[in-house]
Design a protein around this ligand. Structure first.
Ligand code: NAP
Length: 244
């Protein structure tokens, strides 16, 4: 069975992705930075349903941790077929007030991690001439958002990284795509002020926020054989918020 690593799958969207892959019979590497107990619970749910899951901890803002994480997962599963670069943070404030650490930590965690993880995972994928890399971007990377210069830059960077890697490895059995979710309820978004949420909601043609499982199913599609001819794309999953 295919093996998948979903970074940041202790909570939120990543958790839903890990559970979705588990339900589809993948061997799932559940990954966390701080929420080890939550990650263990995700793995327990997958195992409880008859699936296979192992838990790995790593701080993906550190290049060495990224390299080690891929080595650990490959060591445990023997191979890594699908890499979902999902782990992400926000450090929101207007650009004029944004301090260097707020800029750097978001770029390191949300963008550079995807480069280092992909670079390490690609070796095995190219050897076996099969691989799927899926980067979790955001509509914010495509349309911008006041107060999120760091986050928007990182998420836009993921779209460029996706296209560059897709072109480099399209002929080697490896597809690289991005998913750009709109507004989905999670720990990342629950803290937003109610008036900000109401403003977003008013702009969403479907009139509701997304559910983590709705993002997870699109990610699972891109990982599947059904998406064998799809590469370099950014799939927007946002209830119609952005129609480029
Ligand atoms: P979340 O609930 O805050 O979860 C974030 C996950 O990332 C957690 O599992 C966390 O692990 C992990 N993480 C954070 N920093 C890390 C680090 N340095 N090293 C390793 N793991 C780290 O966020 P979410 O809403 O599910 O978002 C998941 C992804 O979707 C992010 O890339 C986000 O930008 C993107 N996205 C979300 C939305 C939305 O509306 N929610 C919309 C568009 C895009 P620990 O808990 O173990 O620290």
């Amino acid at each position: 069975m295919r093996a998948v690593l979903v970074t940041g799958s202790s909570r939120g969207l990543g958790r839903a992705m890990a559970l979705e892959f588990g339900s589809r019979g993948y061997r799932v590497a559940v990954h966390y930075a701080r929420s080890e107990t939550a990650a263990q619970e995700v793995a327990e749910i997958i195992r409880g349903a008859g699936g296979e899951a192992s838990v790995f901890g790593a701080d993906v803002s550190q290049p060495d941790d990224c390299q080690q994480l891929i080595k650990d997962v490959t060591g445990a599963f023997g191979e890594l077929d699908v890499l979902v670069n999902n782990a992400g943070i926000t450090r929101d404030t207007l650009a004029l007030r944004m301090k260097a650490p707020d800029w750097q930590s978001v770029l390191d965690t949300n963008l550079s991690s995807a480069f280092y993880l992909s670079k390490t995972a690609l070796r095995g994928m190219l050897r076996r001439e099969f691989g799927r890399i899926i980067n979790i971007s955001s509509v914010v990377g495509l349309m911008g958002n006041a107060g999120q210069a760091n986050y928007a830059a990182a998420k836009a960077g993921l779209v460029g990284l996706t296209k560059a890697l897709a072109r480099e490895y399209a002929g080697k059995g490896v597809t690289v795509n991005a998913v750009a979710p709109g507004f989905v309820e999670s720990d990342l978004t629950t803290g937003l002020p109610e008036d900000v949420k109401a403003t977003y909601l008013a702009q969403i043609p479907m009139g509701r926020f997304g559910e983590a499982s709705e993002i997870a199913k699109v990610v699972a599609f891109l990982a599947s054989e059904d998406a064998s001819y799809v590469t370099g794309q950014t799939l927007i999953v946002d209830g119609g918020l952005l129609m480029p």
